[in-house]
Design a protein around this ligand. Sequence first.
Ligand code: BGP
Length: 493
Amino acid sequence: MAFRKDFLWGGATAANQYEGGFDEDGKGLNAIDVLTNGSATSPRKVTWKLPNGQTGATPVEWGGQPFKLPKDAVPALLEGYYYPSHTATDFYHHYEEDLKLMAEMGFRCYRLSLNWARIFPNGDDKEPNEAGLAFYDKIFELCQTYGMEPLVTLSHYELPLALIQKYGGWKDRKLIAIFERYAQTVFTRYQGKVKYWLTFNEINAIDMAPYIAAGLLDSNLNDRANAAHNQFVASALAVKAAHALDEQMQVGQMLAYQPAYPYTCDPADQIKVMEYNQQMLFYTDVQTGGRYPDFKLKEYEREKITLDDRPEDYELLRKYPADFLSFSCYGSSVLTTHEEAARESGNLGINGIKNPYLETNAWGWATDPDCLRLALNVLWNRYHKPLWVVENGLGWADELTADGKIHDDYRIKYLQANINSMKEAVELDGVDLLGYTMWGCIDLVSNGTGEMKKRYGFVYVDRDDHGHGSLARIPKDSFYWYQKVIQTNGADL
Ligand code: BGP
């Protein structure tokens, strides 16, 4: 048997894409609550206000386009815009039904995130919001009833909006202490109910989506470097707090990592891939090794980056590394210095270079049957820490057929290949793998585009891109297939 006996099979969601209830029971606004919807070809926008009352909407960073709000603009909720996170797929009012569906599939684990602004509505409030804390009590109690181990992300692109308005987001090191207090509050409250925690979802997204990942209003390098540093120190303090409270608690890192291939055998393409890996893994290098890798120090010197750091930060980073490593991986990408050649051969798609050996979905994401084995080996061989695949899945515009069902054989095919790839990493390569949580196990709003039609779930939710629909839950064919996978511990795919 390839997977360990206690392998944590399950699914994953994020509060801002799933919960809705954006202004209920004392919840404050979250950074994403002021993000509009976009599409496969147009970015989501941040809506803002100037002190003189002028308002507007600016596209978030998208495919390397620089992002900058007008001077003095602060993100704000405006009339006349559609904000997908406000109702999402309404887990806030459907949690009993949804957790029951997860239990029916046999989930041994459920990855969710806490909406920070539900607990500290302004981020730096004197007291936490009891109603917010109580909501998650109910969730964790149900998880216990069903024997599902929760895996909880403290900040899955969730940041109280007030912390952006007041401090400009994670570029300000004051957020470290604010986050530490939040972490301590929830560790204490949920002690005995939650053992596994993650600090920042896809921490390296600071480089690709600075507003979403760190509440930055500008994609300049200096702010991004400081935001990353502050999140590193905040993560180390979370590890310290968790261990001081309960030796059983484990706090992991979460990275977005997918393999990249050179488009040609030109060594320049191979260098591009090497640099891509350096940049992706920089975050894990720091969170496991406690020091900045040399290439990054050189880059900061070259770019004249000034970190607002302290000597004791580095002691914390050394003393409190992440307990385990988790990552998201959906496919793979291709890099090249020969864009012209790729365009001429028809291999340049909406998401950059298309891999002629792989299929892509309608959003240009390549489905790669070997991506997990490759990614797991890179991470295992470099860090030798227990690994956890916490996001993987296929975004598809599922259609309800006349029989009232969703026949998502394409999703089953994708998952068969991906789970098999993971199995090879365990069986053939000896990777220590703790679990697998398929992304968006019950349909939710897309993070990248804010759309509803980009669905990942085993369960369909009746809701469209404009917020209409009954919110009824309908198990897809993949629901029954995954049930069997879990029952046989991955032996029967
Ligand atoms: C990851 C995020 C998730 C999720 C997923 C799929 O980057 O951690 O929040 O949404 O990607 O992306 P999308 O929703 O854009 O399809």
